[in-house]
Design a protein around this ligand. Structure first.
Ligand SMILES: [Zn+2]
Length: 258
């Protein structure tokens, strides 16, 4: 049942994390403590590399792992029914790290793989991940990039007889009831920079939601707010572009908007 559900956040890294709305509490030792009194949102912290909790503790839980791939992204969401969503897989050199981490968590299959956009720090390790794990649907934004990294990804997809599904605003993943996963971006077919093509996924379980923004910049953020037809408000925001470029990109997504 939704109200008995638990949410467990596992942080191998605290990079790029901010808490919106119910959060804004101080975090220490990589742990987010929600100020939300709702018992649905229970957060825990596990040291780097530690195995997931024994089954039973994770029944009906959504577990989100922010895998430490340095200044790059790789996020695993384990849904209550056992489905796995992987968003990005770090740089090319992070491939083994991501594969090992997933195997440590007991991941056998990836039901949904999302490459947010074709930059190496997001899709670099995806080719090896796809070669290694049984993979269901693959979502990419409709934009190509003339790099070996991007070609390697397409080749890995082709070699497994998989197809790419376009990630764009309004597309939903076929997740179990109680879990809602919908793309909030990209909303247009053309942007100036690759970052704004970022596939942005909003994941909602019970009353708690996550927004995984890839490297979306202000142009995309504005669309999400004003014309996506979706609500970008979330409890946990994976800050776009690794946080370091927020000012540079004049991000309009903020932590702790009242
Ligand atoms: Zn990036």
């Amino acid at each position: 049942m939704r109200h008995s559900a638990k949410l467990i956040f596992i942080f191998m890294a605290a990079l790029s994390i901010a808490v919106l709305v119910t959060g804004c509490s101080s975090s220490s030792d990589n742990q987010i403590t929600s100020e939300n009194q709702n018992p649905v949102a229970e957060s825990q912290n596990y040291p780097s590399g530690e195995q997931k909790p024994a089954s039973g503790e994770t029944d009906e839980a959504l577990i989100v792992h922010f895998i430490d791939v340095g200044q790059a992204d790789s996020i695993l969401a384990q849904l209550p029914d056992g489905q796995n969503i992987l968003i990005d897989a770090g740089n090319n050199t992070d491939a083994d790290l991501v594969v090992n981490y997933l195997q440590q968590q007991g991941v056998n299959q990836l039901d949904y793989v999302i490459g947010t956009h074709p930059h190496e720090d997001h899709i670099g390790g995806l080719d090896v991940v796809i070669e290694t794990f049984d993979t269901g649907k693959i979502y990419l934004p409709r934009v190509s990039h003339n790099t070996k990294t991007y070609e390697d990804l397409l080749l890995a997809i082709k070699n497994k007889d998989l197809k790419v599904t376009e990630a764009k605003t309004g597309i939903k993943l076929d997740t179990v009831s109680g879990v809602d996963a919908v793309f909030l971006a990209p909303g247009k077919s053309s942007y100036d920079g690759l970052n704004n093509y970022s596939a942005v996924l909003k994941l909602t379980y019970g009353s708690t939601s996550f927004l995984f923004t890839g490297d979306a910049e202000a142009e995309s953020e504005e669309e999400m707010l004003l014309s996506s037809g979706q609500n970008p408000k979330a409890d946990v925001l994976k800050v776009a572009h690794h946080g370091s470029s927020q000012l540079h990109h004049n991000s309009i997504f903020k932590c702790c908007i009242p």
